[in-house]
Ligand binder design. Structure first.
Ligand code: TRP
Length: 333
């Protein structure tokens, strides 16, 4: 009878790009018809990284929501909300913090890699090391059982389930639900420069909101095979970004296979492939860009406000159950 709950989130530190599109946005458009879906704009989590530059986060909240709506996430069936507007989340986090050791946090491979990347060394902010616990609050507050993630987030779910089991056992309750990761089969999209990951900070991503000329310019600057100098030269398909993007976005897989054969033999130019990719992306992005342009700030704010109000009710109910399990609901049992 009851529908399973699915929850996903993005840190609002920039507009969303084609990597997000194949990695999570497309699957959200489908999942909203199968599950009760919550999509959270993780501004609080983004601040663990950008607390010295909050406008970078604040200015991107509505941009990210505009991306959601323009790809077809339907605010009438998906609850879109803003993390900072749900006070129960940090409150839940407080109770979960007792159940996680500092050593366990520092062992989390995702956090470990991020600390190294940011060169925090001895001065890691407490808020940063603890963000996995905040993420446990995000997931458990809505009793989400299905969490679509990239493989870099698997340690987060493992850690969350540890907290859930510990809490339920310790306080003899079943108010928290264990969750399962839902891995999208599309892997991650490389940057236009050939780096493993497309991202705003590396300046190597094609954004959903990019204007046609920008998309074209990015496609034509893509990394291919540096040794493929003349059209007649044999070319390399592995590591060739144009083929990676064609694999991800071009419908006719047989045609791609035959283009790859031609390219390997020699006689197929980069420009021909780039023009095919450009046409493919332009066609795909037109309706998204048009939809995005028609959105007003007022409409986006209303979506966030209504979503946050309904998310608040659900999270408050979970918080009530959690406090009840601990025994600290003194006045409203
Ligand atoms: N850590 C996620 C990211 O960087 C964002 C996130 C915050 C999240 N809370 C979550 C993802 C809860 C899944 C579930 O993209």
């Amino acid at each position: 009878m009851s529908q399973k709950i699915v929850l996903t989130a993005d840190r609002p530190t920039g507009c969303l790009h084609l990597g997000h599109f194949i990695g999570s946005l497309k699957s959200r458009v489908e999942l909203q018809h199968i599950y009760k879906q919550y999509v959270m704009v993780a501004d609080v989590q983004a601040l663990t990284d950008y607390f010295t530059n909050p406008t970078r986060v604040v200015d991107n909240v509505l941009e990210v929501v505009a991306d959601y709506i323009s790809v077809g996430i339907d605010p009438n069936i998906t609850t879109i909300f803003i993390q900072s507007q749900i006070p129960a989340l940090p409150e839940l986090m407080t109770y979960y913090m007792n159940l996680v050791s500092i050593a366990r946090l520092e062992r989390n491979p995702t956090v470990k890699a991020e600390i190294a990347l940011r060169k925090f060394e001895e001065s890691v902010p407490t808020g940063f090391v603890c963000y996995p616990i905040s993420q446990v609050a995000d997931m458990t507050a809505f009793k989400a059982e299905v969490i679509p993630v990239g493989d870099d987030q698997l340690p987060m779910i493992e850690q969350a389930n540890e907290v859930v089991r510990k809490f339920n056992k310790l306080y003899n309750t079943n108010c928290l639900k264990e969750m399962k990761p839902y891995l999208s089969n599309t892997g991650r999209l490389a940057g236009i420069d050939g780096k493993a990951k497309a991202s705003k900070s590396l300046n190597n991503a094609i954004f959903l909101s990019d204007e046609p000329e920008v998309v074209k310019q990015k496609v034509y600057s893509m990394f291919t095979d540096p040794d493929h100098l003349k059209v007649s030269d044999p070319g390399k398909v592995e590591g060739n970004v144009v083929f990676m993007y064609l694999d991800a976005f071009y419908e006719d897989k047989e045609e791609i296979a035959s283009l790859k054969e031609q390219y390997k033999k020699g006689g197929l130019g980069d420009m021909t492939l780039k023009s095919l990719l450009n046409d493919t992306l332009q066609k795909m992005l037109i309706p998204i860009r048009e939809k995005r342009k028609a959105l007003t700030k007022k409409y986006l704010l209303d979506i966030c406000m209504n979503g946050s109000l309904s998310a608040r009710k659900i999270a408050d109910q979970t918080l009530y159950e959690v406090k009840n399990a601990i025994g600290i609901n003194y006045f409203n049992k």
